[in-house]
Design a protein around this ligand. Sequence first.
Ligand code: NIG
Ligand code: FE
Length: 416
Amino acid sequence: MKKLLIKNIGLLQGCSLHGDKPLRGAALATVESIANAYLATDGERIASFGEMAACPPECDFHQVIDAQGGIVHPAFCDSHTHIVYAGSREGEFLDKINGLSYEEIARRGGGILNSADRLHDSSEEDLTAAAHRRLRIAAALGTGAIEIKSGYGLTLDDELKMLRVIARLRNEMPQMEIRATFLGAHAVGRAFTGRQSEYVDHIINDMLPAVANQGIAQFADVFCDKGFFTVDETDRILRAAAPLGLLPKIHANELDCSGGVQIGIAHGALSVDHLERIGQAEIDALAASDTVATMLPGASFFLGMPYGPARAAAAGGCIVALASDWNPGSSPSGSMPMVRALGSIKMKLTPDQTLNATTINGAAAMGLTSTMGTITPGKYASIVIYRPEITNPAYIPYAYTEPLIQQVLLKAQPQL
Ligand code: NIG
Ligand code: FE
């Protein structure tokens, strides 16, 4: 197996001998780091790391990368995206500029249904090519693990088409860890307009069994929010998903205090996501659970919504993760560096907190802590190497538009 050495790392962040636990409370604010470090890989995994003084001889390696003093941290784990979509929605961008809200656009038949119409008319090949291009962009920005949702199909055939596209992406880009989420309950499909409860029945009776039967999704999601799906409908869908082995990840409390957080926790959800509108009751409930509190500052930024109270949630003991929500309607960006910057600028998390929230806690929100999220022997050698002139890690989210990345390795393969 190919052995790679990365030498002269100015600061190796996020290293840990175990690293399989998500971080909450005070631990979220601490990034374990080593100055003047090396990192050695064996095949696609991390073999060892330590101080340069203890660096193994270069002749033991097939390839040596000189980081020239650059900072290194684990690749980002983006635990919430919708990157399989057709076309784009800059028409709605203009509607938003002219003052229409996300809900008004959805009521006029725009939004998710607009994307569903376009997806219906697209071939699996075209959808795969477009999503593959987005994955390459994400990789170049340092993302090494990503969750991708269906939810622009909204018919049995089109939801399965989306999940097959995600399966193809896994084959085409094995260096990226990819997890698939079935989100049939993203909006009511057009064929069921005015018959929401029948659409929920269709999800439960037809879509979920077909998805489980084909083994092409790991998680099930519901958009539990005002104007979309109710707490009772979410409960029914998650009850049906559990025996099929589909773990819940819920869209909750984006548009209203929806009750989505509580129903997610009650079902042992891996994560509840968005959380722009949560209060102390939700923070306390999340802190008492192992459900990851995933916030999506890119959606708040793009839609002009409130930001989730990440600082209070972190102080309250929640497992806070930050993800991109990359989708054509509410967050047309998969930049995790930007997510970190918004986490600091708008949510008042420290750079160390945002690093943990976008690496190990993002991994936890995808069930990937044994392979991703920290620099730990045995985990995948998926890392971001920054340019040598950056010596203070706080510069990274501070100088938020500078191209600071020198190289990205995913499973030890250079991506740039
Ligand atoms: O996470 N909130 C629901 N779903 C997406 C938006 C989807 C869309 O507008 O196309 C989100 O923001
Ligand atoms: Fe989303």
